[in-house]
Design a protein around this ligand. Structure first.
Ligand SMILES: CCCCCCCCCCCCC/C=C/[C@@H](O)[C@H](COP(=O)(O)O)NC(=O)CCCCC
Ligand SMILES: Nc1ncnc2c1ncn2[C@@H]1O[C@H](COP(=O)(O)OP(=O)(O)O)[C@@H](O)[C@H]1O
Ligand SMILES: [Ca+2]
Length: 555
């Protein structure tokens, strides 16, 4: 709990019908019920509330108009009734209240006082403090995908988010997209970005992906960066991005906020949170393909996505249907994965610690203390040049997943890589080798339980800065010769399979699932760009310490 510092204002005000000592400092607004009797009363807890100024959404003076209309909760009406016609002055403070499971709500408290001037002084003092918070956005560009998830994006925005933005004094330009890539192309070519303090997307991971593609492209083009070159250092985007979850998985929102709740996301935007995020660039033969911030998955997750796109009419349930189907199909894919292990970093994918709000590892870009200075001097391109560092794994895989964040979502609350960091400049490369259906099910089920999904002989995980994948049929001749023996065996079986298509013979290629969008190429070169973008988020908060909950004013 923050200490209040020098008090700016202290008064005795009333909340409902009780007298409170109310104080305002630069960091805290506190209201504590006055105790009429000095005798200690063990069964009447001292009622004391404290709100960080940074989490006050707004303050409004209650006026005649409000009182005659009667607000939704009727609180001012009740005050008027209690106080009679000779009414008192009142003001209402709206602030963030934490609920269960990382949800935030907008709570209100109405203070009354007998003196008009005092009431106005309170309102203006609180407003003055809010104005000093420069990280809060004032103008936002909002894109709504009306087609994602359960097709509720527009309703969610209009009913749950727009009223909160209005209350917080945020003005918006809203665009409801009319086709796929509308938002991306608008950001690339039309949007007057200098007029905005941030961009908000209402939709799923695919909609978020459109926004980052537009913003990253715009930032690089403005500075003449060649995005087709995988070794180019990309420039970070200055505008923050807010995600109002209205998609099917909403993994990026869940993994950065801890819940998929539109009101919580709106409040994180209003208070001006900022969370840097790593971005992977995906190239094929020196041609840029896509960016990814959460999952790049080949094999199982690629197949689930491809199959589920044909069943969009099912809504989010399509993933469950295709998930079960692809699990039963049990396809594996051959290829070569090469990766550049992340050196000189804090942590491994097998750590018990988690990336949480204010993560110290991410604050230092994942670098060890001793390595930071060296890192500053290091030319990042040398990563790709130092071939001795690259490692190669060849084999048959059920899944190849690169998780640049935990990829937590309601289906898997701890995610594909629970210890992954949001902003340490690495991605966790998870290789699931061909195994029995039973073993693969054990691995998958561990995404939903406390058990370690990596503690299996056929699973390996590496924290990397860069990796490449080549499917077997794209490998060089010399590579292929190594597999000659096995190949002749396969030819016999593939003939049998052509004759009996129902035998379930595995296809040659899968597709890459790139944040929920299908990639057009299978051979890819992936590189992590540390903290390329920023979200209106703060990472998942640890649950409040018991002491603070029980006694919020114990400071
Ligand atoms: C048979 C038991 C299976 C239990 C497996 C549970 C594992 C679930 C892990 C899910 C990780 C999801 C990573 C996130 C990917 C999203 O970017 C992507 C697109 O999201 P959106 O645009 O919001 O729809 N979602 C998916 O690819 C869905 C994967 C679902 C797999 C079952
Ligand atoms: N107006 C639109 N009509 C059709 N597709 C759209 C529209 N706007 C965005 N899209 C595309 O919809 C796809 C799914 O969006 P997304 O927000 O990820 O929802 P979901 O989570 O249900 O997949 C994305 O590929 C996105 O580019
Ligand atoms: Ca999607």
């Amino acid at each position: 709990m923050e200490r209040p510092g020098r008090l700016l204002l202290v008064s005795e005000l009333r909340v409902r019908n009780a007298a409170y000592n109310v104080s305002l400092s630069r960091s805290l607004l506190t209201w504590k019920r006055r105790v009429s009797s000095p005798v200690y009363h063990p069964f009447r807890p001292s009622v004391c509330h404290s709100v960080s100024v940074s989490e006050i959404i707004s303050v409004r003076e209650e006026d005649e108009e409000n009182s005659s209309r009667g607000r939704d909760d009727g609180s001012w009406k009740k005050i008027k009734e209690r106080e009679g016609k000779n009414c008192r002055q009142a003001f209402t403070v709206m602030y963030v209240e934490r609920c269960r499971q990382h949800r935030w709500r907008c709570a209100e408290v109405t203070f009354t006082c007998s003196d008009v001037a005092l009431c106005q002084r309170w309102v203006s003092s609180i407003r003055e403090q809010l104005v000093t918070i420069t990280s809060r956005p004032k103008h936002l560009l909002v894109y709504i995908n009306p087609y994602g998830g359960k097709r509720q994006g527009k309703r969610i925005y209009e009913q749950k988010v727009a009223p909160l933005f209005a209350q917080a004094g945020i003005s918006t330009d809203v665009i409801v997209t009319e086709y796929a890539n509308h938002a991306r192309d608008h950001l690339r070519t039309e949007a007057e970005l200098k007029n905005f303090d941030g961009v908000v997307c209402v939709g799923g991971d695919g909609m978020f992906s459109e926004i980052i593609h537009g913003l990253i492209w715009r930032t690089q083009i403005d500075d003449g960066v060649d995005t087709n070159c995988p070794d180019e250092t990309l420039l970070p985007c200055s505008l923050r991005i807010g995600i109002i979850p209205a998609g099917s998985t909403d993994c990026i929102c869940f993994a950065t906020v801890g819940t998929n709740d539109p009101v919580t996301s709106a409040l994180h935007i209003i208070v001006g949170d900022s969370q840097p995020i790593d971005v992977c660039s995906v190239h094929h033969n020196n041609t840029f393909l896509r960016y990814s911030v959460s999952l790049l998955g080949y094999g199982f997750y690629g197949d689930v996505l491809t199959d589920s796109e044909r069943k969009r009419w099912m809504g989010p349930a399509r993933y469950d249907f295709s998930g079960v189907k692809m699990f039963l199909t049990h396809h594996y894919y051959e290829g070569t994965v090469s990766y550049l292990p992340a050196r000189g970093i804090v942590g491994t994918p097998r750590d018990a610690t988690r990336c949480r709000s204010g993560c110290v590892v991410c604050q230092h870009n994942g670098q060890l203390y001793s390595e930071r200075d060296e890192q500053n001097e290091m030319d990042e391109a040398s990563d790709s040049e130092n071939d001795s560092e690259w490692r190669t794994v060849r084999g048959k895989f059920l899944a190849i997943n690169a998780a640049s964040m935990s990829c937590a979502c309601p289906r898997s609350p701890k995610g594909l890589s629970p210890a992954a960091h949001l902003a340490n400049g690495t991605t966790d490369l998870i290789l699931v080798r061909k195994c029995s259906r039973f073993d693969f099910l054990r691995h998958l089920l561990r995404h939903t339980s406390k058990d370690d999904q990596f503690d299996l002989t056929f699973v390996e995980v590496h924290r990397v800065r860069r990796f490449r994948f080549t499917p077997r049929h794209c490998q060089s001749d010399s590579d292929l010769e190594l597999d000659l023996q096995e190949s002749s065996k396969r030819q016999i079986f593939s003939q049998i399979c052509r004759d009996h298509p129902a035998c379930g013979c595995t296809p040659t290629y899968s597709s890459w699932n790139c944040d929920g969008e299908i990639l057009t190429h299978t051979a890819i070169d992936v590189r992590v760009h540390c903290q390329l973008i920023k979200l209106f988020a703060r990472g998942i908060e640890e649950p409040a310490v018991f002491e603070d909950v029980a006694n919020p004013c114990a400071i």
